[in-house]
Design a protein around this ligand. Structure first.
Ligand code: G3H
Ligand code: 13P
Ligand code: ZN
Length: 322
């Protein structure tokens, strides 16, 4: 199947009470690990590319690698999405260059300016059948070298969403309900500790999600910053020369609950990085004589596949919905 936009994926996800996983891709092994897991689970999947990924791997390499995945797994719908498009020009370049979905992230701008930029992208994208994700409210954490402190982040204001969606015509909306980018989503002060000494983050603001959903019936909501930062990978990294003290993510039960509500797309990047880095560190530590990249990238790719498979079945609930 050729690459698809997110329209039908989200309509089905909304009706079915599940979410589609949106995983960030930067190289071939990441794309292979994710799509192998999605194909085995018969799950729709979104492969997303950030500005940083385009700078790292080159736009054309990423488009061709994702197109290759669609040829290898024609039985599942795959969308190629621009993550955190910073401006109209970047969105246009992706729309013109083979992407089927884009995000315009003008969430740091005042409301009216966000509306104006988003509408410009929507008007252009829709001419080519490309869907558009926009954002209202801002998340804490690090994205594309922009660091937003917890104090500067702001929850989405539900009273703004109808006007925003009506004025822009966007196809989905990312909202801020307490998720955060990166592997350090919360400071130790923001968390409590459980009996094992593991940090427990503050709960997501389901009241905001429910109010947004009430105001936007049948409209797909997106959650960014939704990695769970699995402690097994943090431990693996730390036991093999890494240093990630007190890395903490979003509890998976809360994401599962969000997926059953209006959330149709859940963004995961940090968990891919952790799954890959943990295994590479462990492999090289255990095999100091090895230097063939295929030998350590093979288990790293498998680790990504296993992690994505777990997300599909146990968090997103999108298995069997291809
Ligand atoms: O939200 C940002 C994503 O995790 C992408 O990260 O800008 O380092 O590629 P990146
Ligand atoms: P994480 O850092 O939680 O994986 O979030 C990724 C993301 O939101 C990409 O847009
Ligand atoms: Zn994001």
């Amino acid at each position: 199947m050729a690459l698809v936009n997110t329209k039908e994926m989200f309509a089905k996800a909304y009706a079915g009470g599940y979410a589609v996983g949106a995983f960030n891709v930067n190289n071939m092994e990441i794309i292979q690990g994710i799509t192998e897991a999605a194909a085995e689970a018969k799950a729709p999947v979104i492969l997303q590319v950030s500005k940083g990924a385009r700078a790292y791997a080159n736009h054309t390499y990423l488009v061709k690698l994702v197109e290759a995945a669609a040829l290898v797994y024609p039985e599942i719908p795959i969308a190629l999405h621009l993550d955190h498009g910073p401006d109209f020009e970047t969105c246009k370049s992706c729309i013109d260059g083979g992407f089927t979905s884009v995000m315009i992230d003008a969430s740091s701008k005042p409301f009216e300016e966000n509306v104006e930029i988003t509408k410009k992208v929507v008007d252009y994208a829709h001419k080519y059948g490309v869907t558009v994700e926009a954002e209202l409210g801002s998340l804490a954490g690090v994205e594309d070298e922009v660091k937003v402190s917890a104090e500067d982040s702001s929850y989405t204001r539900p009273e703004e969403v109808e006007e925003f969606v009506t004025k822009t015509g966007c196809d989905s909306l990312a909202i801020a309900i307490g998720t955060s980018h990166g592997a350090y989503k919360f400071t130790a002060e923001q968390c409590t500790r459980n009996e094992k000494g593991i940090l427990v983050p503050p709960p997501l603001r389901f009241d905001i999600l429910e109010e947004v959903a009430k105001r936007l019936p049948n409209f797909p909501i997106v959650l960014h910053g939704s990695s769970s930062v699995p402690q097994e990978f943090v431990k693996m990294i730390n036991e093999n020369g890494g240093k990630l003290p007190d890395a903490v993510g979003i509890p998976e039960e809360q994401l599962r609950k969000a997926a059953e509500l209006a959330v149709c797309k859940i963004n995961i990047d940090s968990d891919i990085r952790l799954a890959m880095t943990g295994v590479v560190r462990q492999f090289l530590n255990e095999h100091p004589d090895k230097f063939d990249p295929r030998e350590y990238l093979k288990p790293a790719r498998q680790s990504i596949k296993d992690m994505v498979s777990h997300k599909i079945y146990d968090v997103l609930g999108c298995n069997g919905h291809a």
